[in-house]
Design a protein around this ligand. Structure first.
Ligand SMILES: NC(=O)c1ccc[n+]([C@@H]2O[C@H](COP(=O)([O-])OP(=O)(O)OC[C@H]3O[C@@H](n4cnc5c(N)ncnc54)[C@H](OP(=O)(O)O)[C@@H]3O)[C@@H](O)[C@H]2O)c1
Length: 270
């Protein structure tokens, strides 16, 4: 096993790429496909649900590509999953930046030749009434949750169409179609993404590309304020619960498309 640094920065943000190989002679198109192992890009892999999804896919032997903005945390995760996976890479990527998304997608393609799965997981929330929500809250949430997923999907889709296969999994929220007070901007971002992805699904089925929406209720992650987590932890699901579903969704037979999954804590919404 060796680790190599691909130093050259394509743009200002691209910082790390620490591939972990079992063999130096791995060829790009190697028979990962024949081994039914997939190359999966997970956005927002530095924390919460994305982190557990990355670990889950790695344990199943898939090749995981971790992206988020926090380099040190990504690096730590990479070391953690190392013993469980054949290969993994991490790239700093702010999904609100078209340039950044483009250069990261290009590097993934250059290195692996294709992307079999994209997990649109990165997201931010704002728990404020409509009256209190600012234009900057709106911009941050919509740019990350809606535009970010749009940009990443735009970049991977042409390759999936070319391969006539691929899977896009979106981590949405029950807030996409259940309306909670103090959640209007977040709800709008998730409802918008749900609508966009439902349309996309019907457009790309003919290319054997699957689009799956996962809509979780409350999950115990840093997305919630520490005091909320402390108070309601016992009513929340765990990030690993969502990760298990994502892994199961991607491991379905080719002929099966899971379209939408709604998961709630047993006791219901908070
Ligand atoms: N927790 C819940 O109750 C819950 C319920 C339903 C759905 N969800 C959804 O699940 C997804 C993951 O959330 P989580 O609960 O795991 O929250 P989290 O622990 O706060 O993780 C959010 C992730 O998104 C990344 N991120 C945020 N802005 C980004 C940007 N501009 N570019 C790239 N990455 C960015 C963060 O990484 P960096 O800060 O390092 O960039 C982090 O890895 C979100 O889409 C959320 O809406 C959460």
């Amino acid at each position: 096993m060796y680790s190599e640094k691909y130093g050259e920065n394509i743009n200002h943000k691209l910082i790390i790429d620490v591939p972990l190989f079992i063999s130096q002679n791995i060829q790009r198109d190697i028979s990962y496909q024949s081994m039914n192992k997939k190359i999966i890009w997970i956005t927002g892999a530095s924390s919460g649900i994305g982190r557990e999804i990355a670990k889950g896919f790695a344990k199943e032997g898939h090749i995981v590509i971790l992206t988020a903005r926090r380099k040190a945390i990504l690096n730590k995760l990479l070391q953690e999953i190392k013993p469980h996976c054949k290969e993994a890479s991490a790239f700093v990527c702010d999904i609100t930046s078209p340039k950044n998304v483009e250069s990261v997608a290009n590097r993934i393609i250059k290195k692996y030749g294709r992307i079999d799965g994209l997990i649109n997981n990165a997201g931010v929330s704002v728990f404020k009434t409509f009256l209190d929500s600012t234009v900057s809250d709106y911009k941050n949430v919509i740019d990350t949750n809606l535009k970010g997923a749009f940009l990443c999907t735009k970049k991977v889709l042409p390759y999936m169409v070319k391969e006539k296969s691929g899977h896009i999994i979106n981590i949405l929220s029950v807030a996409a179609n259940t309306f909670f007070e103090g959640n209007s901007v977040y709800s709008a971002s998730k409802a918008g993404l749900l609508a966009m992805m439902n349309v996309l699904r019907s457009e790309v089925r003919k290319f054997n590309i699957k689009v799956t929406n996962i809509l979780p209720g409350a999950v115990d992650t840093p997305m919630w304020a520490p005091e909320t987590r402390k108070k309601y932890r016992c009513l929340m699901m765990l990030p690993s619960d969502i990760a298990k579903i994502a892994v199961d969704v991607i491991d379905q037979p080719k002929r099966v498309l899971i379209e939408d999954i709604v998961l709630r804590p047993l006791k219901g919404d908070l």
